[in-house]
Write a protein that binds this ligand. Structure first.
Ligand code: NDP
Length: 518
């Protein structure tokens, strides 16, 4: 039903032709409208859901092998068509070639292979051994069945990785999926629809519901589970709406990731990491380094290294590999947030050592910015900025750094830099976040075996690892009593007898009443 009109042509997707009206998609680096996509109504989303549900049993019946074949074809398709995918991502996000290649193409290519290979093992029946004498001789099994129809709602910062990426395990599990991409970046999701059709995905198993927030809200009402990635504000709305139909949700939301630099850190590596992981993708990554705490003895040297590196970054309209390090700001209202945080900091006594302003148009750019003399009275240290800014704060010691890092409603990820890995790991364990790296940042995301999910206001549930696919299933427990254990009447059944009750009491004490206790 979703269709996209590009370069004067109307292509159809989900089987219907679009009448031309809809949401304009802009290239944020040029400010030009590059396509128009339809805005789906609640009725149209309902129709997609009907089709998705009808298609699901056939997809499930293909089994893990049949589904893996499609996913592995997709893995090859993404690599064979990498230039086209990169071009589409750049056109709707304004990110650099490298940001699209490193964090999107590589993620999708690896994820198709990972879920094709591991879905069967993660969702295999599990035989359970129980300790209760009451179930002696019984066969106990946990099994996983696909939920049916999964709704994925995605943000604009990674149209392939974060919007489409979550569809892969949901599909691998045997569900049909409706993806509601951000209204700002729907084109990559539609390209994936074309690709999946080419790779043999049965019709209506993967569908795209283009539209604004209302389309997302309508999707919540229709599906058996919602995988949401986006801001904490919208995530709460999604959870509230899903509560009306008792629909399970998995929420990947905002962050304010701290980086801690200890006095014994390799400052050159720490400065390179701070620069890269705060500025890659223009700082528009949920797990970007958003604030830095540096131990006092190395603060000046660290600041000077980072400032020099950030000052050297080239920003502008991406023009192929190696052209710029920092691209555009994808979402127009984000410019106000970034500028607001910088101005708030400057008004409260901070200094911008480089950057601090909007870049020249016609696209949306904000200069890579290093802020110092910052504290927690400033928005740049407490609220998600989601732009190319790096506030750096001096702390007395590691304890103060940990205290400051944890003084946040968010808990997505964090990092610690030190030459002493033992100490680094001990500090990492004290940081209240779903993922913490020592002498690194962000890279944990590319290890698909590692669960990734936020604490506190950053999320609920996780992606990747075994739970990254089990959440798209219903768990069912089976207890099968074989002939051998199926007596005419079990000892605990009616009628109750004093002697049996006493005997059971002695048995429970024998089993669970012995052993040392503190
Ligand atoms: P938003 O919360 O604004 O939007 C996310 C999605 O929800 C969009 O598709 C949006 O549609 C849709 N939506 C809006 N209103 C509703 C509603 N009432 N019901 C259902 N869906 C709705 O997030 P952004 O797109 O601005 O993305 C940036 C945010 O995403 C940042 O906070 C970032 O930290 C977070 N993020 C988190 C990640 C993680 O893994 N934890 C990864 C990547 C990003 P529309 O855009 O059309 O309004």
């Amino acid at each position: 039903m979703a269709s996209v009109e590009q370069a004067g042509q109307t292509a159809t997707t989900n089987g219907e032709v679009h009448d031309g009206a809809g949401i304009p998609v802009e290239n944020p680096a040029s400010g030009q409208v590059i396509a128009t996509v339809p805005e789906l109504s609640a009725e149209q989303v309902h129709e997609l859901a009907r089709r998705g549900r009808a298609a699901q049993p056939g997809w499930e019946a293909l089994g893990f092998e049949g589904r893996a074949r499609v996913l592995l074809r997709m893995q090859k398709w993404v690599l064979d068509n990498a230039e086209r995918v990169v071009e589409t991502i750049i056109s709707e996000t304004g990110k650099t070639y490298e940001d699209a290649q490193l964090a999107e193409i590589s993620y999708a290519a690896s994820a198709f292979g990972f879920w094709a290979k591991n879905a069967e093992e993660f969702l295999a029946d599990e035989r359970i051994r129980a300790s209760s004498p009451l179930v002696l001789g019984r066969k106990l099994v946990v099994r996983y069945r696909p939920l049916g129809l999964v709704g994925v709602i995605g943000p604009w910062n990674y149209p392939l990785t974060n919007s489409f990426g979550d569809c892969i395990p949901a599909l691998a599990a045997g569900n049909s999926v409706i993806l509601k991409p951000s209204e700002i970046t729907p084109l990559t999701s539609l390209l994936m629809l074309e690709a999946l059709q080419e790779c043999g995905m049965p019709e209506n198993v993967y569908q795209v519901a283009t539209g604004r927030g209302e389309t997302g809200a309508a999707l919540v009402d229709e599906v058996d589970m919602i995988m949401f990635t986006g801001s904490t504000r919208t995530g709460k709305k999604v959870m509230e709406r899903a509560a009306q139909t008792v629909t399970p949700v998995s929420l990947e939301m905002g962050g304010k990731d701290p980086m801690i630099v200890l006095a014994d850190a390799d400052l050159e590596r720490a400065a390179n990491a701070a620069t890269f992981y705060s500025m890659q993708n223009g700082g528009q990554t949920c797990i970007s380094i958003e604030r830095v705490y540096v131990e006092e003895p190395v603060y000046d040297e660290f600041v000077s290294k980072v400032t020099e590196k950030v000052r050297a970054l080239r920003q502008g309209t991406p023009a192929g590999p190696g052209s710029v390090e920092v691209g555009a700001i994808t979402f127009p209202p984000q410019m106000e947030v970034i500028e607001g945080h910088v101005q708030d900091a400057l008004a409260k006594g901070a200094r911008a050592l480089t950057g601090g302003h909007r870049g020249p148009g016609p696209g949306q750019f904000f200069e890579p910015t290093v802020l110092v003399d910052v504290d927690h009275s400033m928005q740049c240290m407490t609220e998600e900025t989601f732009g190319p800014t790096l506030p750096i704060m001096k702390v007395q010691d590691a304890d103060e750094a940990v205290r400051m890092a944890n003084e946040s409603p968010y808990g997505l990820a964090g990092s610690v830099f030190t030459r002493d890995n033992h100490k680094g790991e001990a500090i990492a364990r004290r940081v209240e976040a779903g993922a913490v790296c020592v002498n690194d940042a962000m890279l944990n995301y590319s290890a698909l075996e590692l669960p990734m999910g936020g604490w506190k206001a950053s999320g609920l549930g996780s992606r990747h690892g075994a739970n990254g696919i089990r959440k798209y299933t219903r768990q069912q427990t089976l207890l099968v009593t074989p002939k051998l254990a199926a007596r005419k009447r079990d000892v605990h059944m009616f009628p109750y007898r004093k002697s049996t009750t006493r005997m059971l009491g002695r048995l429970f004490r024998l089993l669970w009443g012995r052993g040392k206790r503190g």
